[in-house]
Ligand binder design. Structure first.
Ligand SMILES: [Zn+2]
Ligand SMILES: [Zn+2]
Length: 109
C-alpha cells in the first residue's frame, strides 16, 4: 500500500507522490483552505484574548440575550465556551508549531 499524504488544511488525504502533492499544494482549493486555517487560528486567539479581558455579561448570562450583541463590552461566553476556545487555541498553536518552520518567532498573545 502506498503512503498517503494528509493535508491538515484541507482535511483530506491522497496518495503521496510528487505529482499529486504538487497538484494539490498549488491548487486553489488548498490555498483557500490554508488561508482560512490561518485566519481561523488568528481569530480564535484574538477572540480568546478579548473575552478573557472582559467581564462576563450578567444580562446575557441570565437572559441569554443582550441588546448589545457582539458589540457588548462584556463577555457573552460561558466558562465552558471559554474553556473550549482556550483548548482550541492551544491545540492550534501546538499544531502550528509542528507544521511550521521552527524559526518562526513566538507570538506574544
Ligand atoms: Zn491542502
Ligand atoms: Zn452583553
Amino acid at each position: 500500500m502506498g503512503k498517503r499524504y494528509y493535508c491538515d488544511y484541507c482535511d483530506r488525504s491522497f496518495q503521496d507522490n510528487m505529482h499529486n502533492r504538487k497538484k494539490h499544494l498549488n491548487g486553489v482549493q488548498h490555498h483557500r483552505a490554508k488561508k482560512a486555517w490561518f485566519d481561523h487560528f488568528r481569530d480564535s486567539a484574538a477572540i480568546l484574548h478579548d473575552e478573557q479581558t472582559k467581564k462576563p455579561c450578567r444580562k446575557f448570562l441570565q437572559k441569554g440575550i443582550c441588546d448589545f450583541g457582539p458589540n457588548c463590552r462584556f463577555s457573552h461566553m460561558s466558562e465552558e465556551e471559554l474553556f473550549t476556545l482556550k483548548r482550541q487555541v492551544e491545540d492550534e498553536r501546538r499544531h502550528r508549531e509542528d507544521t511550521e518552520d521552527s524559526n518562526v518567532p513566538e507570538r506574544s498573545v
